[in-house]
Design a protein around this ligand. Structure first.
Ligand code: PLP
Length: 283
C-alpha cells in the first residue's frame, strides 16, 4: 500500500514520522475520513470545509490548497486501486521539542494520508443491525472539533464489545450525544427522525447533513434536539450515520429491542436514498 507523508508517496513500510511530532506527543492534530464509492470521493468538499474549521478552532496554521488535497486523495485511490473504502487524512501541528506551548506558527505541519480498502455498502452489520450500549460521555467539551484524541471513544467501543454489543452510544446529562464514531438517531412511533442538534457536544457529521436532506426529500418530519436513553428504548427505529457506516440500523439499546428488533424501513429508505445520491455526486 502506498501512503502520503509530507509531499512524498511511499510504500507504507518506508513512511516515517518523528517521535517529536505533536500529534504523537499531545494528540495535537485533526483528521478527516472520506468515503470512496466506485473509486470516487463522496462529499470531498464538505470534509475539507470541516477540516478547515477544526484547524481554525485549534489555531493551527495549514497551507495546502483544497485542489492539492484532492489531487493527493485521487493519487492514493489510483495507486492503491481503491474502488470502495476510505481515505484517511491527518494534519498535525508538526515536529517540535516537547513543550505545552505551541511551536512557532512557521513550524511545518505533518500531513499524512492513507487508504483503507473496505467493503462498505455490503456490510453484514448493516444487514443485521447494531446492538448498542450506552456509556457516560467522558470526552472533552469540544466534540465539534475532529481531533485525533480518540482514546475515550476507543475505550467505550471496546467496553461495548466486551459486553457483546457492537458499539457505544454516549450519554451526557441523561441525553444521548452521539455514537463512539458516528451520529445517533431515533425514529419515533409517529415517524419523526430525531437527532441531537449541533453544538460543541457532537461532531457535525458530513453524513448527518446529507441524511437530513434525504429525510426532507422523503417528506419525513425531522427534529434536531436532545433525546434520552428511555426515548430511544421506546423508539420505532434507530440508526447511526458516518462516512464509514453510511446509514446503519440500530436494533437494540442496552439489550432492549428497538421496535421489532430488526432494521427499520425508514432507516432502509434513508440508506438507499443516501447511497443513490452519493454514488451520483461522488467526484
Ligand atoms: N461523530 C463522531 C464522534 C465521529 O467520530 C464521526 C465520524 O468519524 C461522526 C460523528 C460522523 O461523521 P461523518 O458523517 O462526517 O463521518
Amino acid at each position: 500500500r502506498h501512503v502520503y507523508v509530507n509531499g512524498d508517496y511511499l510504500p507504507e513500510t518506508e513512511a516515517r514520522v518523528s517521535i517529536f511530532d505533536r500529534g504523537f506527543l499531545f494528540a495535537d492534530g485533526v483528521y478527516e475520513v472520506t468515503l470512496v464509492l466506485d473509486g470516487r470521493l463522496v462529499d470531498f468538499s464538505g470534509h475539507m470545509a470541516r477540516l478547515r474549521r477544526s484547524l481554525g478552532e485549534l489555531d493551527m496554521p495549514f497551507s495546502l490548497a483544497e485542489e492539492k488535497l484532492l489531487e493527493i486523495h485521487r493519487e492514493l485511490i489510483e495507486r492503491n486501486q481503491i474502488s470502495e473504502g476510505l481515505v484517511y487524512l491527518q494534519v498535525t501541528r508538526g515536529v517540535a521539542d516537547r513543550d505545552f506551548n505551541f511551536p512557532l506558527k512557521s513550524t511545518p505541519n505533518t500531513v499524512v494520508l492513507f487508504t483503507q480498502k473496505k467493503s462498505i455498502v455490503d456490510s453484514p452489520l448493516a444487514a443485521r443491525g447494531q446492538h448498542v450500549v450506552t456509556f457516560d460521555d467522558l470526552r472533552w467539551r469540544r466534540c465539534d472539533i475532529k481531533t485525533v484524541q480518540l482514546l475515550y471513544p476507543s475505550m467505550a467501543k471496546m467496553q461495548a464489545k466486551a459486553q457483546g454489543a457492537d458499539d457505544a452510544w454516549l450519554v451526557k446529562d441523561g441525553f444521548i450525544t452521539e455514537g463512539s464514531s458516528s451520529n445517533a438517531y431515533i425514529v419515533t412511533t409517529d415517524g419523526t427522525v430525531v437527532t441531537r442538534d449541533l453544538s460543541t457536544d457532537i461532531l457535525q457529521g458530513i453524513t448527518r447533513e446529507a441524511v437530513l436532506l434525504c429525510a426532507g426529500s422523503l417528506q419525513l418530519r425531522v427534529e434536531e434536539r436532545p433525546f434520552t436513553v428511555e426515548e430511544s428504548e421506546n423508539a420505532a427505529e434507530a440508526f447511526s450515520t458516518s462516512a464509514s457506516g453510511l446509514v446503519s440500523p440500530v436494533v437494540s439499546i442496552n439489550d432492549k429491542p428497538i421496535g421489532a428488533g430488526k432494521p427499520g424501513s425508514i432507516t432502509a429508505h434513508l440508506r438507499q436514498l443516501y447511497l443513490e445520491r452519493k454514488r451520483a455526486s461522488a467526484i
